[in-house]
Design a protein around this ligand. Structure first.
Ligand code: NAP
Length: 247
């Protein structure tokens, strides 16, 4: 993929799932990786696998919902690599339940990680990217943020927020050669979806024209494109990667 060699990429939620796939894909195309999440042991595993591609990596334990920790993450990246070219805001959680039963802490937790975490990391990175006059920010949203979903009011609202945040930042940063785009995954096989029943998975499958559930690498491929120079003239966009589920 054009323009990724020797770039410095920060990926949040890099300990497993989609985030880990994104790290490996970016590393395969020559980017150095700063991997962030709360599980240090799994982060180290991601970094070990990334190293196989001959790039440098750094694991940073970070709860993105805490602005001081997001600041420290970006500082650690800049201290090691002197710059930040690519930021992938992928860390995300679910706390599903129907709205009348949703507790305040379930609402807050999802908003704080998914939406505020994305804001925290974007804000901390923006100073460096503006100075560099270069940046590629990719925020992982969800088709649920477009369509809504019963039992996921908190998650849907957080992901719709990520989309609005993406578009607003794209307008603010365009003149500094910083693009801000979003990838909206459909149903991807990871820990996040592992708890769903076979019956539920089959119901989802029936709504997917491409007749398979997604994999981490399907999302990583879209991130690669948006991070590469092939997408230099794209900003404020939401790339839906869902096998055709929502259209
Ligand atoms: P996952 O397997 O549950 O992984 C979530 C990642 O986020 C983990 O690396 C986790 O690491 C990290 N994380 C959670 N809370 C964090 C926090 N406070 N600070 C830093 N990192 C944190 O989920 P996934 O399926 O890969 O999802 C990745 C992203 O894609 C999420 O934003 C999700 O909403 C989105 N998405 C997923 C699907 C899907 O079907 N799987 C569909 C649409 C959108 P630690 O536990 O180590 O902190």
């Amino acid at each position: 993929m054009e323009g990724l060699k020797n770039k410095i990429a920060i990926v949040t939620g890099a300990s497993r799932g989609i985030g880990k796939s994104i790290c490996l894909a970016l590393a395969q195309h020559g980017a150095n990786i700063v991997a962030a999440a709360t599980n240090e042991e799994l982060l180290q595993k991601t970094c070990t696998e990334v190293s196989a591609f001959g790039v440098q990596s750094l694991a940073v334990k970070c709860d993105v919902s805490q602005s001081a920790e997001a600041d420290k993450l970006i500082d650690a990246a800049v201290q090691k690599f002197q710059r930040v070219d690519i930021l992938v805001n992928n860390a995300g959680i679910t706390r599903d339940t129907i709205l009348p039963r949703m507790k305040e802490d379930q609402w807050d937790a999802v908003m704080n990680v998914n939406l505020k975490g994305t804001f925290n990391c974007m804000k901390a990175c923006s100073r460096h990217m503006m100075r560099q006059q270069y940046g590629r920010i990719i925020n992982i949203s969800s088709v649920i943020g477009i369509s809504g979903n019963a039992g996921q009011a908190n998650y849907a609202a957080s992901k719709a927020g990520v989309i609005a945040l993406t578009k607003s930042a794209a307008k603010e940063f365009g003149s500094r050669n910083i693009t801000v785009n979003s990838v909206a995954p459909g149903f991807i096989v990871t820990d996040m979806t592992a708890g769903l029943s076979e019956d539920m998975k089959n119901k989802m499958l029936a709504q997917i024209p491409l007749q398979r559930l997604g994999e981490g690498k399907d999302i990583a491929n879209a991130v690669l494109f948006l991070a590469s120079s092939l997408a230099d003239y794209m900003t404020g966009q939401v790339l839906v990667v869902d096998g055709g589920m929502v259209m």
